[in-house]
Design a protein around this ligand. Structure first.
Ligand code: KG4
Ligand code: ZN
Length: 332
């Protein structure tokens, strides 16, 4: 089965073609960073307008890169949510129309589930595994049992890790997107120079909280020592505080669930310190850590096409009533 995947949940317009025998045939991502950079964050109205401009060329390029025409496509998968509703609707309406016009089955993919499955484009991870999903909108831990089953173990009570990175970068005067800028600056800094607070919450809790860390950073930056600090050291110390909690809680969850496999997913899992720490502490705890390549961590349609192929080939598809949703379906 060959599936065309389409993703437009936030500020990337993406399309990909995945074939169950030949693997990933194409993956095109059109980023809107230059549009939102001036505002220091994604402006929803601008994002949907950009998707409108990009959707036709991006899908066209994914098909031509895969040397695939309409006849060779067996199904279409599209991100239905969660995400920015205006952005989602562009990809969703396009995919629905294409499925109707071409007479192909359609699958509405959950963006979080697609992230958590992206790893299968590169490794065959045995079930069950623990997934740490860290993105701009979500920070969650899941126990993943199989293709149809994902159990939510915990999530953020306030900011997502990516949101914390982006807001911290803005406070530090670093460019958008903030996570990448902090990662880059942090490589030149001393992570032990400043100690920022870690919110462990109650013992054994798989929940996260990053709002206190954000406030601590703001308070520090206006203090005399903050004003005199090297930005590289602040970036490295801030990143260390985020990575420490993410990895600590993910490993705790794996030990509690007695599952010796951890998969990282979502844009923040492209962070070099987080990846390093997950590998190191995972190995020390006897846990195998799977790290998808960075292009599969951030938003892409390859993960949507892969998930769509698995669901469509299992006979699971969406009807014309498929609609976009903004909020996560995975909560306590
Ligand atoms: O998964 P993603 O591309 O989109 C969402 O679904 O949200 O994640 C985007 C987030 C942004 O907050 C961005 O700053 C963060 O991922 N990010 C990073 C890195 N690369 C992207 N955060 C830390 N270090 C990075 N290298
Ligand atoms: Zn995402």
């Amino acid at each position: 089965m060959r599936v065309l995947g389409i993703e437009s949940s936030c500020d990337e317009t993406a399309a990909a073609v995945y074939d169950v025998s030949a693997g990933l045939l194409s993956s095109v991502v059109s980023s809107q960073d230059s549009v939102h950079g001036a505002y220091g964050g994604v402006v929803p109205e601008l994002a949907s307008r950009e998707h409108l401009k990009s959707i036709v060329p991006v899908v066209g390029k994914a098909l031509s890169d895969a040397s695939t025409g309409r006849d060779a496509i067996d199904g279409i998968a599209v991100t239905a949510g969660p995400g920015l509703i205006g952005s989602l609707l562009v990809g969703l309406c396009f995919a629905k129309s294409l499925a109707f016009a071409w007479g192909k089955p359609l699958y509405g993919a959950d963006h979080l589930e697609a992230h958590v499955r992206a790893v299968f484009l590169e490794s065959d991870v045995p079930f069950p595994y623990i997934a740490l999903l860290v993105s701009g909108g979500h920070t969650s831990l899941f126990r993943v049992e199989g293709w149809g089953e994902m159990n939510f173990l915990g999530g953020t009570r306030d900011d997502a890790a990516g949101e914390a990175f982006d807001k911290a970068a803005k406070m530090m005067g670093l460019p958008y997107p903030g996570g990448v800028a902090i990662d880059r600056a942090g490589r030149e800094g001393d992570a032990a120079r400043f100690h920022f607070p870690r919110a462990w919450l109650s013992r054994g809790s798989a929940d996260f909280s990053f709002s206190g860390l954000k406030t601590a950073l703001r308070t520090f930056l206006v203090s005399p020592s903050g004003a005199a600090a090297r930005m590289e050291d602040v970036a490295a110390s801030f990143q260390e505080a985020v990575a420490d909690v993410l990895v600590g809680k993910a490993i705790e969850a794996a030990e509690r669930e007695r599952v010796p496999r951890l998969v990282l997913a979502g844009g923040v899992s492209a962070n070099s310190r987080l990846r390093e720490l997950a590998k190191l502490r995972g190995a020390a705890a006897g846990i195998t850590t799977f790290l998808p390549s960075k292009a599969l961590c951030t938003d892409n349609a390859a993960m949507v096409a892969l998930l769509g192929e698995r669901r469509l080939s299992a006979g699971v598809f969406s009807g014309p009533e498929l609609t976009a949703y903004a909020a996560s379906r995975f909560t306590h």
